[in-house]
Design a binder for this molecule. Structure first.
Ligand code: PLP
Length: 811
């Protein structure tokens, strides 16, 4: 053994080391003297996986009597990132693994880096699903996460000549040691065809195409390793055989066309939906995973409990946004057409089973499907939607609804070319509908769902989002975690409310210094990443000012870039002033067809190029756009952030969860009173956060009534100067007009109120710089952020769902 005479390993370390070697030889097929880091990653993961299996089997083998109620969390996205460090941390095996590997001459961090980042999601909604899976397992709540096993997750972002380029992401290309292919767990999902009466009564759907869903299971182990749930992702497999005659006669491609079409369903996350074919594929994905998941739930239920009539007592289905909302009609179809229930009983079961989480109020983001497409692709489901709607409208009519009200609550939008409103379908088919922050839930009741709320009072409830502290503090920031543990003991790891014990330490200079030292260490590491990735040198002593999230106009990266330009102009105009050294850090992907968002990425990179190469600044301002934002990158940036930018147009960010990750790690927030920022500000206190800008009601009114951006610019010499630099081509000398359209658009219709909030934001940023120059004040506020955000643990969120929506016991 290559242990070089070191102290003998403990029995656990020796056993794990032997298991890893065993896996390396017998499963990876490697040899230890020649194994690559990738081989070691596979062997280590397989060894860890074995340690999860017994508990996983136990969780799956509950008897009917032990089986209370189980959650089925249906989500089109699971943004899980890497799993190995999570599993080791939750099992309490991190140090054992470190020792086991070091005896083999392998470093744990190097092994972590081998794992691809599973990006089966786009942003916050998918990350929420991943945090919820961790919390449900940690609270021993029996749950299945159901989604799609995309072969290609969210694209990999390259920045070339300052512009985003998308290349396919390939997380499965070298195999996935976490998953189990369940060849025996398959569900057939139909599309197209026609509906015909059945001799014995009722109707039968004769699909024109059948696609097979195959389950791939990944264990999700909770904190302390006490409970293990399943993430079950469906992969599409063609049922059409290869057309051998055609193939043999030379038509190699035509012979496989139907198979290719079927298997396209699980090929990529978010296929472009600009074309009708893209839209159809998206609807096929939604129905595919909703149908397979509900079929699977019913099958498991019947195996355990015999009768389908008790389905709702034993299962709670949470719809994560409207992507699985077609499930409301699909469950009716399954219960009536396949399991022989009457309409009323099926409806009672459906309502009691489903609940729905809304994630956005923006009209353009509310899903709807053309009735004609639904009729062609899902004829039986469309019939059922009509029946649901007729019953729903009749009930409202009897309760006295007038025509305007009926039009507003109808599942069918008769105006925009007849479309099915998926949010309405989910609302009508659920017993609870939740928003994701207090502000968002309030707005739900006064905007999109105002009439439905009146028709179905009491259905809307709030469940403010949360994050798992295990990933976003313990794993992402081990240095800070150790400092906290050394200071207040390890109880906060089990119950984050104990973080409040840090509050008195905010007034202890030695603790503040230790807290700052942890930040500095994280900033040094990040500075190294920045240098390695984009070749920009940044000073770890500078204020790290960070905005990382999907690039979207409502999130207002543009506001931040304009402020960066204003700062740049001011530094050049007054070089002798005392400037706070700052590094502006951006990361985020734009949807491939979202031109404005891509232009904003280009602007960030153009500004970075000019600012970073201007010697007159003496490095006091740097701008870094880090490519390919994902969970892994977030884990390295967040512990190094001093300032967290949460600056969306008020009323448009439903909750945000990035805001929580930063505050937990002690960054101060600069933000609008939007989404969960409102609740964060209430908890950390207004002295420890920088709030600026229009509030949601005023912003809503201005967006509705329009406002004069030209007047706002005319009143702000600083902003005028920024726009002049842009128009003058200061940041795009090779193409001076590159940002002319952007500026003109801002002046003509500033839908996201960038110009309206600019001055207020700029004032707030000056306060940030002043606070930074008072280190005692800054670090006191930083500690108080960490101390006061325990409530944003996703364990709290999940407890609230369990008690108030799913009605199940939390152990
Ligand atoms: C947390 C997280 C998000 C959500 O960030 P917001 O700032 O709330 O939009 C998106 N992507 C990744 C990778 C995340 O970790």
């Amino acid at each position: 053994m290559p242990d070089d005479g070191a102290a003998p390993a403990s029995p656990e370390v020796a056993a794990l080391r032997a298991a890893i070697l065993d896996k390396l030889i017998y499963q990876v097929g490697g040899r230890d003297e020649r194994a690559s880091p990738r081989d070691w990653f596979l062997a280590a993961t397989l060894a860890v996986r074995d340690r999860i299996m017994d508990r996983w089997r136990a969780a799956n083998d509950l008897s009917a009597a032990e089986h209370h109620r189980q959650v089925c969390y249906l989500s089109m996205e699971f943004l899980i990132g890497r799993l190995l460090s999570d599993a080791l941390g939750n099992l309490g095996l991190t140090e054992t693994m470190r020792e086991a590997l070091s005896g083999l001459g392998v470093e744990l961090e190097e092994i972590y880096a081998q794992e691809p980042d599973a990006a089966l999601g786009n942003g916050g909604l998918g990350r929420l699903a991943a945090c919820f899976m961790d919390s449900m397992a940690s609270l021993s709540i029996p749950a299945f996460g159901y989604g799609i096993r995309y072969e290609h997750g969210l694209f990999r972002q390259l920045i070339q000549d300052g512009r985003q380029r998308e290349v396919p992401e390939d997380w499965l290309s070298l195999g996935n040691p976490w998953e189990f292919e369940r060849a025996n767990i398959v569900c057939d999902v139909g599309f197209g065809g026609h509906v015909a009466p059945r001799a014995e009564g009722g109707v039968a759907w004769h699909p024109g195409e059948v696609v097979r869903a195959i389950a791939y299971d990944t264990p999700v182990v909770g904190w302390g390793g006490k409970w293990v749930n399943t993430l079950r992702l469906w992969s599409a497999r063609a049922t059409d055989p290869l057309q051998l005659d055609a193939f043999n006669s030379g038509d190699h491609i035509g012979a496989q066309l139907n198979r290719v079409r079927a298997e396209a369903i699980s090929r990529v996350l978010y296929p472009g939906d600009e074309s009708p074919a893209g839209q159809e594929l998206r609807l096929r994905q939604e129905y595919f995973f909703a149908s397979a998941s509900l079929q699977d739930m019913i099958r498991r239920h019947k195996r355990l409990h015999g009768e389908v009539t008790t389905l709702a007592e034993k299962n709670a289905v949470q719809l994560n946004d409207t992507h699985p909302a077609i499930g409301v009609a699909e469950l009716m179809r399954l219960l009536i057409d396949v399991h022989g229930l009457e309409w009323d009983e099926a409806w009672r079961i459906g309502i009691a089973t489903f609940s729905y989480t809304n994630h956005t109020l923006m009209p353009e983001a509310l899903e709807s499907w053309p009735v004609a497409l639904m009729e062609r692709l899902l004829p039986r489901n469309m019939q059922i939607i009509y029946l649901i709607n007729a019953q729903h409208l009749e009930a409202a009519r009897q309760a006295g609804a007038n025509d305007g009200m009926l039009e507003a609550i109808s599942i069918i939008n008769e105006h925009a070319g007849r479309r099915v409103r998926m949010g309405h379908l989910a609302f009508v088919g659920s017993h609870k509908v939740n928003g994701v922050s207090a502000l968002h839930t309030g707005l739900m009741k006064t905007t999109v769902f105002a009439e439905l709320d009146r028709a179905c009072p009491g259905r809307i409830t709030n469940k403010t989002n949360g994050i798992t502290f295990r990933r976003w503090l313990q794993r992402a920031n081990p240095g800070l975690t150790k400092l906290i543990t050394d200071s207040i003991g390890p109880r906060f790891l089990d119950d984050p409310e104990h973080l409040a014990e840090l509050a008195p330490l905010a007034h202890d200079a030695a603790f503040r210094e230790a807290f700052e030292a942890q930040r500095l260490a994280a900033k040094r590491r990040l500075a190294e990443v920045v240098r390695a990735r984009i070749g920009v040198a940044v000073d770890p002593q500078a204020l790290f000012d960070v905005q990382i999230k999907r690039i979207h106009e409502y999130k207002r990266q543009l506001l931040n870039i304009l402020q960066t330009i204003a700062l740049y102009n001011a530094m050049r105009a007054q070089p002798m002033s005392r400037w706070t050294p700052r590094v502006k850090i951006f990361a985020g992907k734009a949807a491939p067809s979202y031109h404005q968002a891509k232009l904003i990425i280009r602007l960030a990179n153009d500004v970075a190029r000019v600012v970073n190469n201007d010697p007159t600044l003496h490095g006091l301002l740097k701008v870094a756009f880090l490519p390919n934002y994902n969970v892994t990158l977030a884990e390295s940036i967040i512990p190094a952030a001093d300032l967290s930018e949460q600056i969306s147009t008020a009323g448009l960010e439903a909750s945000g969860t990035g805001n929580m990750k930063f505050a937990l790690n002690g960054a101060l927030t600069i933000g609008t009173l939007d989404g969960a920022n409102v609740e964060i500000s209430e908890r950390v206190g207004l002295d420890n956060i920088f709030i600026f800008g229009l509030k949601a009601d005023a912003a809503g009114a201005m967006r509705r009534d329009g406002f004069d951006a030209r007047a706002a610019v005319a009143a702000s010499p600083e902003l005028q100067g920024v726009l002049d630099s842009l128009m003058g081509g200061v940041f795009s000398p090779e193409e001076p007009d590159r940002y002319r359209g952007l500026v003109e658009g801002l002046l003509a219709h500033d839908s996201f109120l960038v110009t309206a909030d600019f001055d207020s934001y700029q004032r707030s940023q000056r306060q940030v710089a002043e606070r930074w120059r008072q280190p005692d004040d800054w670090w006191r506020s930083a500690v108080l952020n960490t101390a006061n955000v325990a409530w944003f643990s996703s364990d709290r969120t999940i407890r609230d769902y369990a008690e108030e929506i799913w009605k199940l016991p939390v152990r």
